[in-house]
Structure formats: structure tokens, C-alpha cells
Design a protein around this ligand. Structure first.
Ligand SMILES: C[S@@+](CC[C@H](N)C(=O)[O-])C[C@H]1O[C@@H](n2cnc3c(N)ncnc32)[C@H](O)[C@@H]1O
Length: 659
């Protein structure tokens, strides 16, 4: 996956300066790109006295990794893996050889495992290869492929977007990293600026492959180790015209000086590079908390329950959060699940253009005027009340901290129990849809949507056609049970679709949590939702807690930074939000503050937030610490994380270029 050889060229140059001559191998699937890499590597070879080969093929091609290129034989494997889906590859690449499917890739990895020099590792590898999610893009099997190629003691060096490691499907790679490697260093870009076209910060992950003797031992059976991984965050201001770290390493070869400093036993932070060291045990606890319910985890020989982790899905508290609290050890923490709440995602209709409408104008007796989407002509029609359910679709539907029922204009078309007159047939259990709405449904059945080359009729959309269900024939005896459904009938709503609280999945700043109306309205899939109830905490007290500075700072660590500086907060991540264990006497004041928050329709009151913070931090900081000091550290942490995920001002670098 060598592209046009940027990384190999840089590696060859570094070898030149170290007086090493090496064998370089590039594999690239795209013919013109491979040709560029070939020319470039030939030049590298001539200049540095290296041997070079460029193989234009699919890296998952059977038979490629044999002989000198066998699994477990490379000193260094370096790449930035592709993130495409298999399907895209198979449709866009012309060459027959480059067409491949998800199944071929798994088969290729199996083949590599069979060829490993030591079969003892094979069992764990097989569990992982069979276990990685079919939803993962090519980067996950690529990471496995690269890992399998490195020799024991050799180095794997990968360039990935920072967001990648937090993805649900990539957690298996975090396991691979610990099981088969010693993670040496992680270099993080602070802000976005290294790559012109990147949307999220970049991360470099460098690890050393363990010997088979070490890696065959499951992580849960390994003895305690004092190993740490160094994580260095580099700010844009560290760069000069020569190097991304040229200002902090002023000598003739800043990159070499940086690498040497980074690999030293205890590097100290420099002016623009912040270093933290994460103990191995902390990394393993985090991986175990994320993966312990996965089938592959046990198949790889792990036993799930770690002392102290038995009832918790909490990963260890990130060090900066602990420091902000002024603590040496983590405070008592709990989870939504332990409190009795559950986390999910809001309603996904499969085709918003059909199922969503917008209230338009005054209601008439028994009906509401609603506007259909532009895709369906944007016309306004009157629909019986019972066929419409209010839905919160966007953040802008809620100006404050609580949904105001009257202000929500979104409506879901809920046709359960109804059908087009022509579909009623013998199934008298269904009522005929009124004429104007029936026309709209028929129009939708003839409407195609999607990108120009892949337009699909609405009833044929993958998440719409599954709505259809034949009747059981017993509808008369058991009304509602086994009633036939059509493509225009949404399935029954689940508790997660009308939760007590919710939070946007994509947040431009740090997330704010919102209280649903009573009775709860439907909430769209744009939001992660919190539902169920707790014996210890009301939803309103939870509203106050979740909008505390503590919880907002925590979301910065569990969420995924996205392109454009937004923070993504998925249900799977929210489950790991470290909530404080509050004393019973905190509940009633928190409830009161939650009520005030729910009625404050627009502005975010500093005073109210401070009152909440006093209660929440009171349960988290040690006696020697003040709420004000801890609060100020948490606020700067939030500001720092927000800055880290946004694009760095280019002037900082441009100024240096002008020097
Ligand atoms: C992110 S780019 C790597 C860029 C590279 N580091 C460079 O210096 O140009 C990923 C590359 O992997 C290639 N690629 C994707 N799937 C591949 C496969 N199955 N086998 C080989 N190459 C592949 C793409 O064509 C693309 O050039």
C-alpha cells in the first residue's frame, strides 16, 4: 500500500544518513501510482546503494508473501493504510487482479497465518482474523497484514488519522497492538495542519513486534510489567521551514534529534511538544473494558474479568482528567449502566425524505397540516393526527436544555395499522390511508433517490424494503399480531427512540445534553439517547450532572474528533462516560438545578453551571483541592482538546517559511 513511495523514500534517505544499505519492497495496487513508486525507488536505490522492488498488485493476493517476503521476515513495515471499503475497490479498479471482496481478504490473512514461522501464534491470530467486523474498512485487515509481516523484534510504523483508534471496529487493532507488539511511541498532531487535505489530526504509531514466546501468552495471563508507551503531542508552533519539530530541535537534523529524544527512557516535554507516558497496565485495562464482551476476545485465549474491572465497563481514567482533579489515584466512578440507564441511538427511518414531514400551519379538527419533503414535491397536505408523531431531528429544534413540545415541527409518518386502499385486500385489520396521503405514498413508491449513478426506488432502499412483512393470517383473531406491513410501515418504536435525555452525535463544540419532553418525543438518529430509569437518580438530576464541566471534559476524551473540528459521540462511547459516585444528599440539590436548567430556554448560565460543578466536583476532588482550581484545569483541558481537533492556523507555519 505504498502509494507513490513517500514513506519508503523518506526511510531510504534516513538509511543513507545512517550509512545503511537495505532491501526496499513496495506493493501498490494502482498501476499509475505503482509506476511512480517504481521510478522513485529505482532512484533511491541508485543514490543510496539499496536494492528495491515495486510490485504492482493487490497486497492481499495469494502467493505474494512467500520466499524472502514471507510473514514474519520484515525488519520494518511502514504505511498509511487505505480506508476504502472493499466494494468501492472492486467497482472502481479495472484490472481483473485488483478485484477483491471481503471474503478474499479474510482468506488471504488466513493463508498468511498458516505460513507463520511459529505455529504457536496461529490460534490467537485465527481468532482475530475470523473475529474482525465485516463493517470495518480496509484499514483493519491492512493493519493485520502489516503486523503479520514484521519479524520478531522488527518495527511496525503506521500513519493513521487520530479518530481511527476510537472507532468501534478498530478496537480489535488495539488488542493486536498489545498482544503482538510492544507499543513504543505514539506521535500525535495537536490541531490539524500536517496534511493539506486532512480533516482530522494525524497520529504515528510505532511498535516493536514481540517474540512468539512472548506473544503466545494471552494478555490476561501476562505478569505485571512496568513498560510504558510515550505519547508526544506536537503543536503547530514546533515547526519551522525544515521540519515539523524544527523549532524544538534546533540542530542540523531535527527529525533525528526528535526520534532520539522520543526513544529515551523519560523524555521531558519541550516548548511545543507535550509528553505523557501511559503504563502498559492502563492500556490493557482500556482494551479489556472495550473488548471483553467480544467473541474473538475469548477465542484469543483471554478471560474477560480482570480484578477491579469485574462489574465495570469503564476504562481507566485518562491521566489528564485525573490530574485536573488534583488526584494521585482515580476517584470512585460509575457508569450509566450501573445507575440503571441505558444508551442507544435515536430513530433511523431508512428514508427521511418519505417518513419525515414538517408541521405547516394551523391544525384542523383531527388532522394536522404538514409539508412533505422537496423530494416528494414539497406539498402541504392534511394528515390525521394519529398518523403523525412529533420528532426532534436537529440540535436547532431545541434552543435550551429541554425539548419544548410546542416548538418541535418535525413529524414522523407512522402508518402502522394502515395501508393503501389497493393493499387492504382481505386484511381487514388494516385501515385505508386517506386519499391525499395515499397519493403521496404512491408518488414515493415511484420516486428514486441516491447519487446519479446509483438511484434506487424508495421502496427498494435497503433499510426500507425490510419494513415489508406478510401477514400471519390470524390478524382477525389476534389484532395487531402478525399484521401485514408494507414498505411504508415503520417498525414499532423502541425505548431508545423516545429516551429521557439525548446528545448530538456530532458536536461542533463540547457536547451539551438535552432533556426530552414529557411524555417523551421521538428522537432522530442524529442523537445518542439515554433511556431507562434509575433508582438513585432522576432524569432531571442526570441532566444537571451531564452538563457539568466534569462530564463535558470527559466527553472530549471518549468521543471521536472529526473533520472540521467536530466531536462525534456515539452510543458505544457514551457507555464509557465516567460518572461520579454522588452521595444521596447530593440528589435533591442536583434535581433542583436540573429543573432550573430545563426551564432556562436559551442562554447557558455560568451561575447555574458553577452550582452544578460544586456538587459534582465535590464528589471527585480530594480534600486538599479547591473546586475553583480543579474547574479551571478542566476548562483549559476542554479548550485544549477543542483546539487539538481543529485546523491549526496556517500563519504559524507560513511565518516560519518566510524566515
Ligand atoms: C493512503 S495511500 C498510501 C500513500 C503512501 N504512503 C505514499 O507515500 O504515497 C494508500 C495506498 O494504498 C493503495 N492500496 C489500497 N488497497 C491496496 C491493496 N489491496 N493492495 C495494494 N495497495 C493498495 C492505494 O492505491 C493507495 O495508493
Amino acid at each position: 500500500m505504498a502509494g507513490h513511495g513517500d514513506l519508503l523514500d523518506a526511510a531510504a534517505l534516513r538509511c543513507n544518513s545512517m550509512g545503511l544499505s537495505v532491501q526496499l519492497s513496495a506493493v501498490e495496487i494502482d498501476p499509475p501510482t505503482a509506476e511512480l513508486a517504481r521510478r522513485r525507488l529505482r532512484l533511491c536505490a541508485e543514490v543510496g546503494g539499496h536494492a528495491a522492488e515495486t510490485i504492482e498488485t493487490n497486497a492481499f493476493k495469494p502467493g505474494l508473501w512467500t520466499g524472502e517476503r514471507s510473514p514474519g521476515s520484515f525488519d520494518l513495515v511502514i504505511t498509511n493504510p487505505p480506508y476504502v471499503r472493499y466494494q468501492e475497490h472492486s467497482s472502481t479498479r479495472g484490472a481483473r487482479e485488483s478485484r477483491f471482496e471481503a471474503g478474499d481478504i479474510r482468506a488471504a490473512l488466513r493463508e498468511l497465518v498458516r505460513m507463520l514461522p511459529d505455529r504457536n501464534e496461529a490460534q490467537a491470530w485465527s481468532a482475530l482474523i475470523e473475529g474482525y467486523s465485516g463493517l470495518a474498512d480496509l484499514s483493519v485487515p491492512c493493519w493485520m497484514l502489516c503486523s503479520l509481516l514484521v519479524r520478531p523484534g522488527g518495527i511496525l510504523a503506521l500513519v493513521v488519522p487520530q479518530t481511527w483508534m476510537n472507532r468501534e471496529y478498530a478496537k480489535i487493532i488495539q488488542y493486536v497492538q498489545l498482544r503482538f507488539f510492544e507499543p513504543l511511541v505514539v506521535v500525535e498532531e495537536h490541531g490539524v495542519g500536517w496534511f493539506e487535505d486532512a480533516l482530522v489530526p494525524t497520529t504515528l504509531v510505532v511498535s516493536r513486534r514481540l517474540s512468539t514466546h512472548e506473544s503466545i501468552v494471552p494478555l490476561s495471563s501476562r505478569p505485571e510489567t512496568t513498560c510504558t508507551t510515550t505519547i508526544a503531542a506536537i503543536r503547530a508552533a514546533a515547526a519551522d521551514s525544515r521540519s515539523l519539530v524544527g523549532r524544538d530541535f534546533a540542530g542540523p537534523d531535527p527529525d533525528a534529534a526528535f526520534a532520539q529524544w522520543l526513544l529515551a527512557p523519560s523524555p521531558e516535554s519541550t516548548d511545543h511538544i507535550t509528553v505523557r507516558r501511559v503504563p502498559w497496565a492502563e492500556q490493557w485495562q482500556a482494551v479489556s473494558a472495550r473488548c471483553r464482551h467480544d467473541h474473538w476476545f475469548r477465542a484469543a485465549g483471554e478471560y474477560a474479568l480482570q480484578p477491579g474491572l469485574a462489574n465495570s465497563s469503564l476504562a481507566p481514567l485518562p491521566a489528564p482528567l485525573q490530574t485536573a482533579l488534583g488526584r494521585e489515584t482515580a476517584p470512585a466512578l460509575t457508569t450509566f449502566e450501573a445507575l440503571g440507564f441505558q444508551i442507544g441511538q435515536g430513530l433511523r427511518t431508512g428514508c427521511n425524505q418519505f417518513f419525515y414531514m414538517e408541521a405547516a400551519g394551523p391544525d384542523s379538527a383531527g388532522g394536522q397540516h404538514v409539508r412533505a419533503s422537496d423530494t416528494l414535491g414539497g406539498r402541504t397536505l392534511c394528515v390525521p393526527d394519529e398518523l403523525l408523531k412529533p420528532v426532534v431531528r436537529r440540535q436547532s429544534d431545541v434552543p435550551g436544555f429541554a425539548v419544548q413540545a410546542g416548538a418541535v415541527l418535525g413529524r414522523v409518518l407512522d402508518l402502522r395499522g394502515w395501508c393503501l386502499p389497493e393493499h387492504c385486500g382481505a386484511a381487514a385489520a388494516l385501515r385505508p390511508i386517506p386519499a391525499a396521503l395515499a397519493d403521496l405514498v404512491r408518488r414515493a413508491s415511484q420516486t428514486t433517490i441516491g447519487p446519479p449513478e446509483r438511484r434506487v426506488l424508495i421502496p427498494e432502499l435497503s433499510a426500507v424494503k425490510t419494513n415489508s412483512r406478510a401477514g400471519s393470517g390470524n390478524e382477525r383473531l389476534f389484532p395487531g399480531v402478525g399484521t401485514p406491513r408494507h414498505w411504508y410501515t415503520l417498525p414499532d418504536f423502541a425505548p431508545r427512540h423516545h429516551p429521557s435525555l439525548f446528545v448530538a452525535r456530532v458536536n461542533s463544540g463540547t457536547p451539551w445534553f438535552i432533556l426530552n419532553a414529557q411524555p417523551p418525543m421521538l428522537i432522530d438518529a442524529n442523537f445518542s439517547t439515554i433511556y431507562g430509569s434509575s433508582r438513585v437518580m432522576s432524569s432531571i438530576a442526570l441532566l444537571a450532572l451531564l452538563n457539568s464541566t466534569w462530564c463535558r471534559a470527559c466527553t472530549e476524551f471518549i468521543g471521536t474528533p472529526m473533520g472540521g473540528g467536530a466531536l462525534k459521540l456515539e452510543a458505544t462511547q457514551l457507555r464509557h462516560l465516567p460518572l461520579p459516585v454522588l452521595p444521596p444528599e447530593a440528589m435533591s440539590p442536583l434535581q433542583m438545578l436540573g429543573e432550573q436548567l430545563a426551564t432556562s430556554t436559551t442562554s447557558r448560565s455560568e451561575e447555574l453551571t458553577l452550582a452544578i460543578d460544586r456538587i459534582v466536583l465535590g464528589a471527585l476532588i480530594p480534600a486538599s483541592e479547591t473546586v475553583e482550581a480543579s474547574l479551571s484545569r478542566l476548562r483549559s483541558l476542554i479548550a485544549d482538546r477543542c483546539a487539538q481537533r481543529s485546523r491549526a492556523p496556517r500563519e504559524a507555519v507560513l511565518f516560519d517559511h518566510a524566515d
